[in-house]
Design a protein around this ligand. Structure first.
Ligand code: SF4
Ligand code: MG
Length: 323
């Protein structure tokens, strides 16, 4: 299948000075995103998982230059998004849309749904007033809302409805890719599955590719074709979804999966409980960033950064256990 978005050696490092709690007054480099590479293909859902603070939201915001990156490339339609400015960047931001976790804070509370949906059409100079009305009412229906929702304010809607509006707003400009940053994390479990089903319908209908970001392996499993696992700014494992669930390799992936209930009792999963807290990003461990919490860590892990290796077809891992 055809690659639509190629992220190559993306880095986002911050230099911070000041006082940081128990670290005291320090000047620290935060490697929020450290050398991350992955590719999203046409019509594919790529699930990116990791605990909060692992860098996945920072990563998603660097892809469209909502925040600057330190190094790397994000290739889309034969261009590097990170090098684009002005109208070229605006054009890419029409094709690659972001949907945020909490639609309540990302929707303007003083705008009615109609105004919210019209804004991106006006920004991109799409259609006459009449054509815009058609596009908007058509999209409202596609996301499972009724015509009278057009005149409502965000506070009059439920969380699920607000996320439907967030999706409609992203889709009115006819994008190719959606970057979905924890799109269901703020919703009740029953509503989560409705929104995930809706995302799958919309993907098939509009031939979309998704980057689906979440902290919950269970949520990611339902929608993703492939999964990338992030820990402290590093992509530590990547592979096809079922392969990751049935043959997880990286101890961190195994730990994340240990928290997910096993549906099939015949299938024995090695359970790993994580020691301690996620380390401060100011104070990244040397060698393998996971060594302070890894039950298999050896001397080598404290000093040598594990290289990414292909363990099986399309299944990559960065861990000394697999060298
Ligand atoms: Fe654990 Fe070492 Fe593998 Fe890192 S490289 S995950 S510390 S075994
Ligand atoms: Mg899919």
């Amino acid at each position: 299948s055809t690659p639509v978005l190629e992220v190559e050696s993306l880095k986002k490092h911050f230099v911070m000075t000041g006082s940081f709690g128990k670290l005291g007054g320090v000047k620290g480099v935060v490697k929020a995103v450290n050398n991350v590479s992955f590719t999203i293909h046409q019509n594919e859902t790529y699930g990116l998982v990791g605990e909060s603070g692992c860098g996945k939201s920072t990563l998603s915001r660097t892809l469209l230059k909502l925040i600057s990156s330190t190094d790397g490339k994000v290739k889309y339609a034969n261009k590097d998004i990170l090098q684009l400015k002005g109208s070229e960047l605006r054009h890419v931001r029409r094709d690659v849309q972001m949907v945020f976790q909490d639609p309540y804070t990302s929707l303007n509370p003083r705008q009615r749904v109609g105004q919210i949906l019209e804004e991106p059409l006006l920004i991109h100079s799409i259609g006459t007033k009449k054509e815009r009305m058609e596009i908007m009412s058509d999209m409202l229906e596609k996301v499972g809302m009724q015509a009278d929702h057009f005149y409502r304010y965000p506070h009059e809607l439920s969380g699920g409805q607000r996320q439907r509006v967030g999706l409609a707003r992203a889709l009115v400009v006819n994008p190719k890719i959606l970057i979905l940053d924890e799109p269901v994390s703020a919703l009740d479990v029953s509503i989560q599955s409705q929104i995930i089903n809706l995302l799958e319908e919309l993907q098939a209908e509009f031939n979309l590719s998704y980057l689906f970001i979440a902290h919950d392996m269970g949520v990611v499993r339902h929608i993703s074709d492939r999964i990338g696992v992030m820990y402290l700014g590093n992509l530590v494992e990547e592979g096809p979804t079922e392969r990751i669930f049935q043959h997880p390799l990286h101890p961190y992936t195994k730990a994340l999966l240990s928290a997910v209930p096993v549906a099939n009792p015949d299938y024995k999963r090695e359970r790993i409980m994580l020691k301690g807290e996620i380390p401060s990003p100011f104070d990244l461990p040397s060698g393998c960033v996971f060594h302070t919490r890894c039950p298999f860590a050896e001397e080598q892990c404290k000093t040598e950064v594990p290289q990414r290796t292909e363990n099986a077809a399309d299944h990559f891992v960065s861990c000394h256990l697999y060298h």
